[in-house]
Design a binder for this molecule. Structure first.
Ligand code: PMT
Length: 219
């Protein structure tokens, strides 16, 4: 039996992609499979946490005993996260939330036209940033999916979003990032320290992240 390092802690985890609708049959999304977030949910439950999993559309079975809130769009995810934030001790934002959504939703299916088509996009709300501005007692963990300048951008996100930890992955490296069963991450802490982890299964990465979370909960 594992030590119940997060016993009684309320842990909110987001996972998967969002879908931003263009019309009733089309949407914009990304490659997140939900594996990293679901692994975190599973391991947090193993450690005795009460887990709420807010999940975009994925093809995974959520862990037994998780309180699951399914969402589609970034706006849905924003609403769901905010509704759970006050009662959470730890929030881990693993979801790949869209930064932009189509400015206009076409109620009818868009018909083909001759020539090119332009879709205008507008910004979505930055959920992590909003949590950072409003946190009281919560430990806030964000992810950073980068393709270049990983350390610089991760440390920038730590600062700008007022997070306690940023878990950075370079999503261009084989065996890391979207869709894979493994990941390669570095955990950046607010105190400037960093923990570079080797390539491991997403389950083992989740264990390492949660060990760090539980250590911080005790500080
Ligand atoms: O799901 P998998 O296939 O297992 O892939 C895992 C993963 C690559 C999705 C995961 O490891 C990961 O990196 N998740 C973060 C993806 C992301 O959107 O990163 P970002 O650097 O764009 O965003 C930074 C942080 O802000 C993230 O914690 C994100 O959840 C959050 N965010 C982003 C946009 C937005 N509008 N609101 C947010 O809160």
């Amino acid at each position: 039996k594992k030590p119940q390092l997060l016993k009684g802690k309320k842990v909110l985890i987001t996972a998967g992609p969002t879908r931003e609708a263009i019309d009733p049959v089309r949407f914009v999304t990304n490659h997140s499979s939900g594996k990293m977030g679901y692994a975190l949910a599973e391991q947090a439950i193993e450690l005795g946490a009460e887990v709420t999993l807010i999940t975009g559309p994925v093809n995974l079975t959520p862990p037994l005993n998780a309180h699951v809130i399914p969402v589609e769009s970034a706006a849905d995810m924003h609403g769901a996260v905010l509704s759970q934030f006050d009662s959470s001790d730890v929030v881990i934002m693993t979801a790949a939330v869209a930064d932009y959504k189509p400015k206009f939703y076409h109620v009818q299916k868009m018909k083909k036209q001759p020539g090119e088509n332009v879709i205008q996009f507008e910004r979505t709300k930055d959920i992590l940033k909003e949590l950072g501005e409003n946190k009281t007692h919560q430990l806030l963990v964000g992810f950073a999916a980068e393709t270049n300048n990983v350390e610089e951008y991760a440390r920038g996100k730590l600062e700008k979003k007022n997070a306690d930890m940023i878990v950075a992955n370079n999503v261009t490296v084989a065996g890391a990032g979207f869709g894979t069963d493994t990941n390669i991450v570095t955990i950046y802490n607010k105190d400037g320290s960093a923990i570079e982890l080797p390539k491991m299964s997403k389950a083992d990465i989740a264990k390492s992240i949660l060990a760090e979370v539980s250590r911080k909960q005790k500080e």
